[in-house]
Ligand binder design. Structure first.
Ligand code: FPP
Length: 259
C-alpha cells in the first residue's frame, strides 16, 4: 500500500541524533496530542483493552519527558473525550481508575520536573472521586513554573464552543458593550490561558481531529504517525518537532517563497 507523504514512519536515528538536529530557537510553544491506538495495541497482544491504556501511561511519560527536556512550554493531552462515555461501562471505570492512579502516583515526579498540571473539559461531570484527585493534583503542582501539562478530560470541542457562547452571552447580559470579536471569544474558551497549539500530533494513523481543539488548532501543523500510542517514544516527538520545523506556516498569507 503506498504511504501518504504526510504520514511519517519511524525514524532510524537515535534520540541524541534527532535532538541534535532540533532548532531550540524555533520550538513549537504548544504541542497537543491525540493519543490513539491503545485498544489496537492490546488486541495485537491478545490482552484486554485496559492493558493498552495502562501501557499508554508509559507513552504519556515519554511525551512529557521529551517536552521537559527541550523546554517546550505547553503540552496538552487528549485523555478522555465527551464521546468516550459511549464505551462499555467497565472500560470507562477502568480508565477513570487509571487516571486516579496516575494522579496519585505521579505528583511527586511532576513536582520534581517542576510541571504544572491543568485540565480542560466538563470537569464537573466527572465522577466525584476523580474531581477530588484532580483538585489535589492541581493544587499540589500550582506553583511549578516548568512545562504546563494540560489534560483534556470529558473534553469535546463542540461542547467547549457551546459553553463559551453561553458564558459570553451571560457576560454580555451584564455588559452590553462587550465586543463580539475573536479575542473576547477566546477569553471564554477552556483554554483561555493557553496559547493556540502550533503542532497537533495524532498516533495510530487516523486522519481526524476527533472534536479536539477545533477553534484553537485552526492554524496548527498536523503530524500523524502510524505508531500506536503505547509505542510512542521521545524519538517520535523529536521527529514530529523536526518535521514541524521544516514546514512553512503561512496563516493564509503567501509565505516567504511566494511573496
Ligand atoms: C485512545 O485509544 C485512548 C484513549 C481513549 C484513552 C487515553 C488514555 C491513556 C493514554 C491513559 C490514561 C492517560 C492519562 C493522562 C493518565 P483507543 O482506546 O481509542 O484505541 P483504539 O482506537 O485502538 O481502540
Amino acid at each position: 500500500m503506498p504511504v501518504s507523504p504526510r504520514l511519517t514512519v519511524k525514524s532510524q536515528l537515535s534520540e541524541e541524533q534527532l535532538l541534535a538536529h532540533i532548532d531550540l530557537a524555533a520550538l513549537p510553544q504548544h504541542i497537543a496530542i491525540i493519543m490513539d491506538g491503545n485498544g489496537r495495541w492490546a488486541r495485537r497482544r491478545h490482552l484486554p483493552r485496559i492493558a493498552g491504556h495502562r501501557a499508554g501511561i508509559r507513552a504519556v511519560r515519554q511525551a512529557i519527558e521529551a517536552c521537559a527536556r527541550l523546554g517546550v512550554p505547553y503540552l496538552t493531552l487528549y485523555a478522555f473525550s465527551v464521546e468516550n462515555w459511549k464505551r462499555p461501562h467497565a472500560e470507562v471505570e477502568l480508565l477513570m481508575g487509571l487516571l486516579r492512579e496516575y494522579l496519585k502516583k505521579e505528583i511527586a515526579e511532576l513536582n520534581r520536573q517542576r510541571i504544572r498540571l491543568g485540565v480542560i473539559g466538563r470537569i464537573g461531570e466527572l465522577p466525584l472521586p476523580v474531581q477530588r484527585d484532580l483538585q489535589t493534583a492541581l493544587e499540589k503542582t500550582r506553583r511549578n513554573t516548568g512545562l504546563r501539562l494540560t489534560l483534556a478530560l470529558n473534553y469535546g470541542s463542540r461542547a467547549e464552543l457551546l459553553d463559551a457562547v453561553r458564558s459570553l452571552l451571560e457576560e454580555r447580559a451584564g455588559n452590553g458593550s462587550l465586543p463580539l470579536d475573536e479575542e473576547t471569544f477566546r477569553q471564554h474558551l477552556y483554554t483561555r490561558d493557553l496559547p493556540d497549539p502550533d503542532l497537533v500530533v495524532r498516533t495510530s494513523g487516523e486522519m481526524r481531529l476527533s472534536n479536539f481543539l477545533l477553534w484553537q488548532a485552526a492554524y496548527a501543523e498536523l503530524w500523524i504517525t502510524n505508531t500506536l500510542w503505547p509505542d510512542f517514544t521521545q524519538c517520535d516527538l523529536f521527529q514530529a518537532i523536526l518535521d514541524y520545523q521544516k514546514r512553512e506556516r503561512r496563516y493564509g498569507g503567501l509565505g516567504m517563497a511566494r511573496s
